[in-house]
Design a binder for this molecule. Structure first.
Ligand code: NAD
Length: 299
């Protein structure tokens, strides 16, 4: 033990391997089971910066036609109406599509959160939402907000509640006196920002990690290591980045408004990365963000 080399890694610091998690994702509708038993698809469509109206309606319609069964929106995106409309018009039963929306920062606090949720639900035109997330921790008000989320959950308006952009210390703060542990934490995640400590922490508390900007908003696609692994599998760099998430037990929600890319991004269920390839992608980590840092962020 003297030099520390053979000291065991504390449990919460170790990211579980795919084998240890026993995760095998082979179909677009495959789901992770959240700690409350609710099933959430491993894969879905993101609609950040997708314009309200025709653009979002087309994106969601194409995604559903290509087998997607999960859509991630937010009050901030200003396109909840279009998401709801496209889902209704698809003819797919409501209970077969997993819908996530998020509470914006200016709506934090107990009463504000209840009002904001009701407004989101009405814009979506839905009786319930599958997953409601606190978009950013922002200020200390997130604990009050969480109490409102717990009420919405107990009242049956949301099937699952979670957070987004929460670091370990934010989660510890919530866990200290919550009634329900968040079921999901949605954070920026890609090979340039692998969030190993946060992933391990979430795994050890049965909080499902979900990747936003899984393609690094396009910036990781040209990485030569990603390109080389893609060539080896006869897949595209985007497909490798998305498969990386699934193989790490992370839910992923790539965004595109183009039908060909929406289809391409979903064509990831017929291959798997090797353990070595996952380790190689992990080693690209530079703690580099395309979005804001939750600890330096106060809007
Ligand atoms: P992303 O990593 O999904 O990248 C999207 C961009 O990559 C597209 O605009 C397009 O330019 C490009 N792209 C998509 N598919 C491609 C393909 N096959 N080939 C080449 N280029 C392709 O980035 P994102 O939109 O920031 O993240 C995904 C989703 O995550 C969002 O739409 C949103 O739903 C969610 N999100 C959440 C937060 C949060 O704070 N919770 C923040 C950002 C995003």
């Amino acid at each position: 033990m003297g030099d520390g080399r053979d000291r065991p890694i504390p449990k919460a610091k170790r990211v579980l391997s795919r084998e240890a998690m026993n995760v095998k994702v082979t179909h677009i509708t495959d789901c992770t089971t959240l700690h409350n038993g609710v099933k959430m698809p491993w894969f879905g469509l993101g609609v950040y910066l997708t314009k309200a109206g025709e653009e979002v309606e087309n994106s969601v319609r194409w995604a559903l036609q290509h087998g997607y069964r999960s859509v991630d929106t937010a009050k901030l995106y200003d396109n909840e109406e279009g998401v709801g409309k496209a889902i209704r018009e698809s003819g797919i039963p409501r209970e077969e599509v997993f819908v996530t929306t998020k509470l914006w920062n200016t709506d934090q606090g107990y009463d504000n959160a209840l009002r904001a949720f009701d407004a989101s639900r009405k814009r979506l035109g839905m009786e319930y939402v599958d997953l409601y997330l606190i978009h950013w921790p922002g200020t200390r008000l997130y604990k009050e907000t969480w109490k409102a989320f717990e009420k919405l959950y107990k009242d049956g308006f949301v099937r699952a509640i979670g957070v987004s952009n929460f670091n370990i210390h934010h989660l510890e703060d919530i866990l200290a006196d919550c009634e329900f542990v968040p079921m999901v934490n949605q954070v920026e995640f890609h090979p340039y920002l692998t969030q190993a400590d946060l992933l391990a922490y979430c795994q050890s508390h049965q909080i499902q990690l979900e990747a936003w900007s899984p393609l690094g908003r396009g910036k990781v696609l040209a990485d030569e290591t990603v390109v080389r692994i893609a060539e080896a599998h006869r897949k595209t760099p985007a497909q490798v980045l998305l498969r990386y998430d699934l193989d790490k037990g992370v839910v992923t929600i790539p965004k595109s408004v183009h039908e060909n890319r929406i289809r391409e991004n979903a064509d990831i269920f017929d291959f798997e990365l090797t353990t070595e390839e996952i380790a190689t992608l992990d080693s690209l980590n530079r703690n580099e963000r395309v979005g804001p840092d939750p600890d330096q962020f106060d809007f």
